[in-house]
Design a binder for this molecule. Sequence first.
Ligand SMILES: Nc1ncnc2c1ncn2[C@@H]1O[C@H](COP(=O)(O)OP(=O)(O)OP(=O)(O)O)[C@@H](O)[C@H]1O
Ligand SMILES: [Mg+2]
Length: 242
Amino acid sequence: MGKVILSASGKGGVGKSVFIANMGAVLAERGLKIVMVDMNIGLRNLDLYAGVEGKVVYDVADVLSGACPLKKALVRDRRFPYLYVVPASSAREKFTAGPADVAALYADLRERYDFMLVDGPAGLGAELALAASGVDFAVIVTTLEYVSLRDADMTDRVLAKAGVVRRAYLINKVKKELMGSGLLPTLEDLSSVMRPPLLGIVQYDDNIHLAANGGVPIVAQKGSYIERNLGRIADRLLAMQG
Ligand SMILES: Nc1ncnc2c1ncn2[C@@H]1O[C@H](COP(=O)(O)OP(=O)(O)OP(=O)(O)O)[C@@H](O)[C@H]1O
Ligand SMILES: [Mg+2]
C-alpha cells in the first residue's frame, strides 16, 4: 500500500510545488513508483515544473467527475524511471468533487504507486481540506520570515484538526548570509514555533529557480550540494513514513 504525502503552507509562493517536483524525481530515480497529484484547483503549476505541460489533456477534475478514467489523466515524465503527474484543472468551476471523492482517488492510487506526492494549495480554506482528505503525512513548507512561520503554524494546527497526524516542516529559500543578521527569525524563534519535526532546510539558490522554470527538477543536475541536500531530505522523508 502506497503512502500519500501532501505539501502545504499558509503563505503562497514558498516552494511547495518545486519541492514536490524534486521529491518526485529523487524517489523515482531510487526505483519507487511515484505519482504527483496537483491539487491546486484552478492554479495548475506542477505540470510546468515537471516539464510535461505539453502532454496534458485530462486533469484531476475530469477523473473525479468521472469524465475520464484515471489512466487517461496520468502524464508520464519519461526522464525518470517511474514518475507520473496528474495535473490540476485550470478551470476552478470544473472541480465539484468533495473530500470523500478525493480520499477515494488517493485510495485508488495507493494500490498502484509507492508514493503519491500531492501538491497542495496555499492557505487554510476548503481547498486545503479537500487536498488533505485521507493523506498520511504533510510537509508544511515555510520560508524564514515571521509571517511565513506564523502562517505555517496555523496550517499545522488546521492539518492536525483535519486528522493529519504525521507532519513535518521544510524551511525553504534560506539565505545564509542573512542568518544571524538579527533581521530574520532566529533558530530559537524557529524552535519555539515548530511543533512537528524538521524535515530539512533548503537554501535560496537561483539555480533551483532557473531549473524549475525550465521544467527541470534541480536534482536532475548531478553533483551539486543542492542535489545532495535534497537527497538527504528524501532519506528523512522516507524514514519518517515508518
Ligand atoms: N530554494 C529555492 N531557491 C530559489 N528559488 C526557489 C526555491 N524554491 C522555490 N523557488 C522559486 O520560488 C517560486 C515559488 O515556488 P513554488 O511555485 O514552488 O511555490 P508554491 O509554494 O508552490 O506556490 P503556490 O503557493 O503559488 O502554489 C518559484 O519561482 C520557484 O522557482
Ligand atoms: Mg504551488
